[in-house]
Design a protein around this ligand. Structure first.
Ligand SMILES: NC(=O)c1ccc[n+]([C@@H]2O[C@H](COP(=O)([O-])OP(=O)(O)OC[C@H]3O[C@@H](n4cnc5c(N)ncnc54)[C@H](OP(=O)(O)O)[C@@H]3O)[C@@H](O)[C@H]2O)c1
Length: 169
């Protein structure tokens, strides 16, 4: 997830994050996608980023929606699924299919459901040096406080875009 310095994952109401995220964060994100064979996201994130998504037989993308039947025509066997499974049920099924790690790429609603289910073990956050004052949050619902342990940090450019990897305790 990429955030402004005041913790917003969107710039106000604009669903398109690529108007404000740095090229370096985008390069990092897309290379990280290429290293993962299972990507999970919410339906709103899928449609906000659809023109950037390049399907490939090398990775499965699962889009969570309460109405998967509406998107049957977009589904691609082994590459793009629309599912109404709850996080624990989905992770159980995918584990049984042989997947060992998944990259959850937002948005705040599905992040919140996965966190509530205890299914997030690492957070990869990029902080862009900008303040928006309004926008969405990393988690779209109430959560209990959690401690994080910094595993890695990296400055991505001269503007001061910072990448942080945390373990969730
Ligand atoms: N800054 C970043 O790194 C970043 C990353 C990702 C997204 N974003 C932004 O965040 C925004 C989207 O976030 P969001 O929180 O509004 O939406 P979201 O999490 O992407 O998607 C929410 C949708 O997911 C489905 N859903 C959620 N929980 C579900 C469950 N338990 N079971 C089945 N379906 C479930 C529902 O789809 P239906 O309504 O179809 O039922 C719900 O409306 C976009 O503007 C996007 O650009 C930012």
């Amino acid at each position: 997830m990429v955030l402004s310095a005041d913790g917003r994952t969107t710039k106000g109401d604009d669903p398109n994050i690529y108007t404000w995220t740095s090229q370096e964060d985008q390069d990092h994100f897309f290379s990280f996608i290429a290293q993962n064979n299972l990507i999970i996201m919410g339906r709103k994130t899928y449609f906000a980023a659809a023109d950037k998504i390049r399907l490939s037989p090398e990775r499965k993308r699962v889009v969570l929606t309460k109405n998967p039947e509406l998107y049957i025509d977009l589904a691609v066997e082994g590459q793009l699924d629309f599912s109404s499974e709850q996080p624990a049920e989905l992770v159980r099924r995918l584990t049984a299919e042989g997947y060992t790690t998944a990259l959850l790429v937002g948005g705040g609603t599905v992040n919140w459901h996965f966190l509530q289910s205890g299914l997030i073990n690492e957070l990869l956050l990029t902080i862009e040096p900008q303040i928006f004052g309004a926008g969405q949050s990393l988690f779209a619902g109430p959560i209990n406080s959690l401690k994080l342990e910094l595993l890695e940090q990296k400055q991505l450019n001269d503007q001061g875009t910072m990448l942080m990897r945390y373990k969730v305790h």
